[in-house]
Design a protein around this ligand. Structure first.
Ligand SMILES: Cc1cc2nc3c(=O)[nH]c(=O)nc-3n(C[C@H](O)[C@H](O)[C@H](O)COP(=O)(O)OP(=O)(O)OC[C@H]3O[C@@H](n4cnc5c(N)ncnc54)[C@H](O)[C@@H]3O)c2cc1C
Ligand SMILES: *[C@@H]1O[C@H](CO)[C@@H](O)[C@H](O)[C@H]1NC(C)=O
Ligand SMILES: *[C@@H]1O[C@H](CO)[C@@H](O)[C@H](O)[C@H]1NC(C)=O
Ligand SMILES: *[C@@H]1O[C@H](CO)[C@@H](O)[C@H](O)[C@H]1NC(C)=O
Ligand SMILES: *[C@@H]1O[C@H](CO)[C@@H](O)[C@H](O)[C@H]1NC(C)=O
Ligand SMILES: *[C@@H]1O[C@H](CO)[C@@H](O)[C@H](O)[C@H]1NC(C)=O
Ligand SMILES: *[C@@H]1O[C@H](CO)[C@@H](O)[C@H](O)[C@H]1NC(C)=O
Ligand SMILES: *[C@@H]1O[C@H](CO)[C@@H](O)[C@H](O)[C@H]1NC(C)=O
Length: 459
């Protein structure tokens, strides 16, 4: 019972020295008090820790870099439980093996997206999709289906072909496309619910150049016309992001003023060999390295079959406009609607899974994002904007088969999640095998996924 004694010792140490560890996400609105921050030095160390904690049934939340918007990555707060509760980070697992012969790269869970992208670039390699920012941990990003824009490219998780994962008892499982193709579909996007992924293998490609073209469009309050035009542009360009329309808060009229213009960028292969000349706007989707500005904001991001896009975007915008009168909190600044596309896939918990699509749909998804930016980091404004953000899914989800981005703020309910993720039962069967004592779950996972066998995880 070494583990049990160790735990008691840790608890005592914390009681005496108050060395509990408080977790915060990037913008400090998601938080929890844990007993300690655990950063194992390697896979064996992590396995040993899990083995010890299994006996006690400790709560364990594995984290990446906390760049999310909701309660997915929240530990069980000390006040809710009598058991120990820990934040675990695999940041020390930094092995890296590049296999140019078969164009795969195997690396430890400690790699962040930006570091990995640079390391690969130095070797003339790259992975095929990036989000707007690169500050995430790679596995943290993959585990929620992080993506950029491209009708013919999948999200970051779709590049994973193998991984090593520790279950709650510290047992190692090695999963690969070759030997367990079906199980890979559960683990690519695992939401931290299936165990500690210690290492992954992804497909990479030779680095190639893309030419970025940015064009300005005139905005119009005839949203249907505007979004029909964007839908047409998506037929011409497979890699395209539309930045806008933009609305600016007008303090006098207490209303949103539509900016006269907005713009879109598209990327296409080029044989240009000269020096790069990149714009650095909107972070990583330019070609420069940059750090995004840090300011409070609320955000929704929904994946919708592209065939429904123009009508859905129109209705989303009209609904937002109709709710403006309630946006009374101070410090509203700007509202940006952003559009991307993504190729559908076959991953159980992927928001672009193609399992429940009507046969006439293409399997390409449009992504509608709304960002409510504030000029001052004020919680009242953040809560107000989040409350409004939560109302889009109940209103439009069923109509447009909309799927929320994990780790952005979205609270549907288990019934709806079951409907848009038809493979949820298969996912939960694996979850139960990996975590029989419900040590990896939190309120978000239990309520959103409807994990009935974990309903009493706090007792
Ligand atoms: C400002 C901002 C901009 C963003 N832009 C984009 C964008 O352009 N496109 C996009 O798709 N998303 C975007 N996101 C969302 C972001 O990519 C995801 O929230 C991502 O999951 C964050 O990764 P992380 O490591 O920081 O997250 P964390 O919240 O720390 O972790 C995410 C999940 O991964 C799990 N996890 C982490 N490590 C492991 C491990 N070793 N084993 C098992 N599970 C693990 C965690 O338990 C958690 O469930 C943005 C987020 C922010 C804040
Ligand atoms: C997240 O959890 C906190 C409690 O820790 C709760 O107050 C908050 O409402 C939750 N947020 C969401 C979006 O569910
Ligand atoms: C790729 O090559 C490495 C060694 O070069 C090997 O260990 C690995 O199994 C190979 N992966 C695949 C998917 O073939
Ligand atoms: C990358 O490619 C360039 C151009 O083909 C070449 O000069 C360079 O040596 C390559 N670098 C590596 C690390 O392979
Ligand atoms: C936008 O409107 C201006 C006039 O206000 C016009 O000159 C320009 O051609 C328009 N641009 C596009 C892309 O329609
Ligand atoms: C980069 O491109 C912009 C826009 O075409 C141009 O104005 C600028 O002079 C270019 N800079 C370099 C260093 O070539
Ligand atoms: C969405 O738009 C369509 C077409 O304009 C309209 O018929 C429908 O009622 C709208 N639905 C919602 C929920 O706003
Ligand atoms: C569940 O969520 C969906 C989507 O948000 C919504 O349409 C539905 O009304 C909700 N059902 C319940 C019972 O809350």
């Amino acid at each position: 019972m070494v583990g049990h004694n160790l735990t008691i010792l840790l608890v005592l140490v914390h009681a005496v020295f108050g060395s509990a560890y408080r977790w915060f996400n990037w913008q400090y609105e998601v938080t929890c008090e844990s007993d300690a921050y655990i950063a194992p030095v390697d896979e064996d160390d992590a396995a040993k820790f899990l083995q010890e904690q299994f006996a006690v049934g400790s709560h364990i939340k594995v984290v990446g870099n906390g760049h999310g918007f909701g309660n997915l990555t929240q530990c069980v707060d000390q006040t809710l439980t009598n058991k120990p509760t820990y934040i675990v980070s695999l940041t020390n697992l930094k092995d890296l093996n590049i296999h140019k012969d078969n164009m795969t790269v195997t690396f430890g869970a400690g790699w962040d997206v930006d570091d990995l992208a640079q390391e690969l670039k130095a070797n003339n390699l790259s992975f095929n999709n990036l989000g707007v920012e690169r500050v995430q941990n790679f596995i943290g990003a993959a585990s929620t289906g992080t993506h950029g824009s491209g009708s013919n490219i999948g999200n970051i998780a779709s590049q994973i072909i193998g991984l090593r994962v520790l279950d709650s008892q510290g047992n190692l499982r090695v999963i690969s496309e070759e030997t367990n193709a079906e199980e890979m579909k559960a683990f690519r996007i695992s939401l931290g619910a299936l165990g500690l992924i210690t290492e992954i293998t992804i497909k990479v490609q030779p680095t190639y150049r893309l030419k970025k073209t940015t064009k300005v469009l005139n905005a119009t309050s005839d949203y249907s016309q505007m979004y029909t035009q964007i839908a047409e542009l998506y037929k011409e360009h497979d890699r395209m992001t539309v930045w806008g329309p933009h609305f600016d808060w007008n303090d006098e009229t207490q209303d949103w003023d539509l900016e006269a213009t907005y713009f879109y960028s598209y990327w296409e292969p080029t044989d240009y060999m000269g020096a790069s000349n990149c714009t650095l706007n909107y972070c990583a989707n330019g070609c420069g390295d940059c750090v995004c500005s840090r300011q409070f904001y609320a955000e929704i991001e929904h994946f919708i079959p592209i065939e429904y896009y123009a009508e859905a975007a129109t209705n989303y915008t009209l609904f937002q406009q109709s709710q403006t009168p309630r946006m009374k909190a101070p410090y509203n600044q700007q509202m940006v609607i952003q559009h991307r596309t993504l190729k559908g896939d076959d991953t159980y918990m992927s928001p672009v899974n193609t399992y429940n699509l009507k046969p006439e749909l293409s399997g390409i998804f449009a992504i509608i994002e709304i960002d409510w930016l504030q000029e001052y980091d004020n919680f009242a404004t953040l809560w107000q904007n989040q409350e409004l953000a939560f109302e889009f899914l109940p209103r439009f989800g069923e109509i447009y088969n909309a799927r929320p981005h994990w780790n952005k703020m979205n609270a549907p309910n288990a019934t709806y999640i079951q409907k848009i993720f038809p493979k949820l039962p298969e996912f939960l069967a694996i979850q139960q095998r990996q975590d029989p004592k419900c040590q990896f779950v939190n309120d978000f996972l239990v309520s959103q996924l409807g994990i009935t066998h974990c309903a009493h995880y706090l007792s």
